[in-house]
Design a protein around this ligand. Structure first.
Ligand code: GLU
Length: 384
């Protein structure tokens, strides 16, 4: 993966060096129950984005609003939609959304490019790389990737769920420095600002912890945003992989420019010092384990305490059907201790388990790897 990043963002001033940014724009900013699309808001936000691009920053937009616009079009307002109605609404709203962005960016002589993704796309290494390479090519021609979830084909188990988490994963795909979430509040507050006049905005979060999650008030309660909890969860995913995150107002003119020039705007989540590599992050955040490998106490100790790889001799049993390179869970006597990419298929694992690495060749007729899961492809549950 090409790296656009020179250094991790560790202060507001570092934002002036950001070279690649994902900007997530929420439905509440873009769609209006009476009018449908708010073209004036899109125009204003796009003017800011075009300004960043002129300054040499690559920009990807992650936008919501397809379902909301489809609702207005179908006159399906004020009620819960069924899954199929939501998917139909998204199919109707998505081209309207794209045409609004196309119109706004055309004023800056920029083309837009639609990228519709599902979680399944990013679980598959080849599709993940295709998405990454396509974005690189789009950057090289100065086009703006506009990403949304491919709502018409997803069901709950393969949905990102919300575009905040889609934004965090897209940040990994395009190797961004920063994920900016534009919303209808000015950042994270220490108390609900709607009910507490003395609520204070949290300017910088160096370590995102339970205290911040408590401030967000849980997923269901809202400060008029409904989604602070999902924004914090996206910020956690992003910062763990070395992408800083920010929550700022999308309603306040100039907020994005102020943030990017190092000003005291919104809430900035600094990159974690305990960050995982992109590969490890992909293993913990995106992949679905396809099987389980039960290990003995010696192997568990080697993994947990000695920073070792998993060798076939420590494997006691193998559950599931998986291929080489698939993600599996490693289970010790107290439960799941790690996740990793397995070098052998489930079938091969059943043949070599309990044997020394030196016997792999005589058992399988080939010897690709000494370890069954290499340390570089393994993430301890305690590190997540
Ligand atoms: N993909 C959905 C849409 O465009 C939005 C999901 C979300 O609200 O985060 O309508």
């Amino acid at each position: 993966m090409k790296s656009s990043r020179s250094e991790m963002i560790q202060s507001r001033a570092d934002l002036t060096c950001a070279r690649r940014v994902v900007v997530k724009i929420g439905s509440s900013l873009l769609a209006d129950a009476d009018e449908g699309i708010c073209q004036d808001v899109i125009d204003r936000l796009v003017d800011d984005l075009a300004g960043l691009m002129t300054g040499g920053i690559d920009v990807v937009v992650v936008t919501s609003g397809a379902v909301a616009l489809g609702r207005v079009d179908c006159d399906w307002l004020g009620r819960e939609l069924s899954v199929h109605e939501k998917q139909a609404a998204a199919a109707i709203g998505q081209p309207k959304l794209m045409s609004a962005y196309a119109k706004a960016f055309a004023r800056h002589d920029r083309s837009v490019a639609q990228m519709l993704l599902t979680k399944d796309d990013l679980r598959n290494r080849r599709r993940y790389l295709n998405a990454s390479n396509t974005s690189e090519t789009l950057f090289s021609v100065g086009a703006v990737p506009i990403v949304n979830e491919n709502d018409t084909v997803v069901v709950s188990e393969i949905k990102f769920g919300d575009n905040d988490s889609l934004g965090a994963l897209v940040s990994m795909v395009i190797d961004a420095d920063l994920l900016v979430m534009l919303t209808d509040v000015e950042g994270l507050f220490d108390k609900n600002p709607c009910t507490h006049a003395d609520a204070k905005r949290v300017g910088i979060v160096a370590h995102l912890d339970e205290e911040h999650v408590a401030m967000a008030g849980g997923a269901s309660s809202s400060f008029g945003t409904g989604g602070m909890a999902s924004k914090l969860s996206a910020a956690r995913v992003a910062t763990k992989s070395g992408v800083a995150a920010a929550i700022i107002s999308g309603q306040k003119p100039g907020a994005l420019r102020n943030l990017m020039s190092g000003g005291d705007e919104g809430t900035l989540f600094l990159c974690g010092v305990d960050r995982q590599t992109r590969r490890k992050h992909w293993i913990t955040e995106v992949l679905h384990p396809a099987g389980e490998i039960l290990v003995d106490a010696g192997a568990a100790k080697a993994l947990l305490k000695q920073g070792g790889s998993l060798l076939p001799i420590g494997v006691v049993s193998v559950e599931g059907v998986f291929d080489k390179g698939d993600c599996v869970e490693i289970v010790g006597s107290d439960g799941v201790i790690a996740r990793g990419l397995c070098n052998y298929t489930a079938e091969e694992m059943r043949l070599i388990m309990g044997h020394a690495s030196g016997d792999i060749e005589s058992i399988l007729g080939f010897h690709d790897f000494t370890s069954v899961i290499h340390r570089d492809n393994l993430v301890l549950t305690s590190d997540v």
